[in-house]
Design a protein around this ligand. Structure first.
Ligand code: HAM
Length: 386
């Protein structure tokens, strides 16, 4: 028997579409436009954006050479493709901000476990051209609104990674600290000292964590502007009644972030507890060859929240069936009209009244319309509410 590839799943769960509907509605209410980008992109796009020091690029890409000799990969995340599209369509040359939302599959060659798949889905938003910290607040509020609407409890963690003014100075201090402890750090962290030292801060290795507890923290080393923005971010979230915690080690697993980073965590889903993550990436557009443009966004992991969503199990729609064959053409016509208003299912097989009622009950329909000999003669239906 041929099975779906490891870490990839067929989706039958109606909650998937419910999440799609809710995320779409809220993104549109916030003024975001839909974008669909290719699932396959040039590998170099992710190397240059997500970064060579990240696990995603280093270990997890579905990368291959296509028949034309192009080095391509299945997208491991959505931001890079949206930025590529933003630049390719010259939106960076326009003065007006652009805001996009997307919903689709992402691929990471990870070791599958609960909440961690090789093909998973993300809903994400990306906002371009707005430097104001109020856009970060907007974006976080958008995510919070989605979780509230889906009745999902969360803990929001925030941090600031600083800007090109304060980050390099901080990095120097951190590298000094890391070099002093170099021999005690894991191999990954030792490599990261040269590549992207701040990524050591969220290393999962217990030994590294103990050492890095005492490392200098970026939020204690922010420049005046970043500090002011971080204060405004906290105040803005408080103003909207959005609770948060500050996590000074929240650097995120992708290299493109500057300033704000954030994650939404659920304590109800086990070890893979991040249900959404995002932040600012003010240098990414320029880095990928566009005109310098601020950016901020996040993505929600759909499979991670699916089990947390409750779905109403109320009876819905009309079940129509025939007890004699001559009734079917009339039923088909009637159903066509009724469908303009509601969900209508026509059972094409001729069955007894009892069998129809049983099927309608099993199908969770609200109402039954059945036509037998008498009904056909009188042009009526046997009607029953379930
Ligand atoms: P990320 O933190 O890598 O960020 O992924 C966002 C979310 O996708 C995670 O919080 C998690 O819920 C879900 N996720 C990630 N990997 C898996 C997996 N293997 N299986 C199931 N769910 C997973 C990004 O992807 C950024 N592009 C977010 C962003 C948008 N930043 C700015 N704009």
């Amino acid at each position: 028997m041929i099975k779906a590839p490891r870490g990839m799943k067929d989706i039958f769960d109606p909650r998937f579409l419910k999440i799609f509907d809710v995320t779409r509605k809220i993104a549109e209410n916030y003024g975001f436009d839909y974008i669909e980008t290719p699932i396959l992109e040039e590998t170099s796009l992710f190397k240059r954006s997500v970064g060579e020091s990240s696990d995603i690029v280093n270990k997890e890409m579905y990368q291959f050479i296509d028949k034309g000799g192009n080095d391509v990969c299945l997208r491991p995340e959505g931001t890079a493709g949206v930025v590529r599209s933003f630049i390719e369509h010259k939106f960076d040359r326009q003065a007006t901000p652009k805001r996009f939302w997307y919903f689709g599959p992402m691929f990471r060659y990870e070791r599958p476990q609960k909440g961690r798949l090789r093909e998973f889905h993300q809903f994400g938003v990306e906002s371009f051209g707005v430097e104001s910290i109020y856009e970060d607040i907007n974006i976080i509020a958008l995510a919070a609104d989605i979780f509230d609407e889906l009745k999902i409890d969360y803990t929001l963690k925030i941090n600031s990674l600083g800007c090109p003014e304060c980050m390099p100075k901080y990095k120097e201090t951190l590298v000094e600290f890391l070099n002093f402890h170099k021999n005690e750090l894991c191999e990954d962290c030792q490599r990261r000292i040269g590549q992207n030292p701040i990524r050591t801060l969220d290393c999962k290795n217990k030994n590294c964590q103990a050492i890095l507890k005492n490392a200098p923290k970026i939020t204690d080393n922010l420049c005046e502007n970043c500090n002011k923005d971080f204060e405004n971010l906290k105040e803005g979230l408080n103003n909207l009644g959005i609770n948060f915690e500050i996590d000074k080690n929240l650097v995120r697993g992708l290299d493109y972030y500057t300033k704000t980073t954030f994650e939404f965590i659920s304590n109800k889903i086990g070890a893979q507890s991040a249900i959404a993550g995002g932040g600012r990436y003010d240098r990414l557009v320029e880095f990928l060859g566009g005109k310098a443009t601020a950016g901020v966004g996040f993505a929600i992991g759909i499979e991670r929240i699916m089990d947390l969503v409750e779905i109403e199990n109320e009876r819905k729609g009309i079940y129509m069936g025939a007890i004699i064959a001559d009734a079917l053409p009339i039923i088909m016509k009637k159903a066509k009209n009724l469908r303009k208003e509601t969900k209508v299912f026509v059972e094409p097989n001729i069955k007894s009244l009892k069998a129809h009622l049983k099927a309608a009950d099993k199908g969770n329909f609200k109402k039954v319309l059945i036509m037998g000999e008498n009904e056909l003669r009188e042009n009526t239906f046997f009607e029953k509410e379930l």
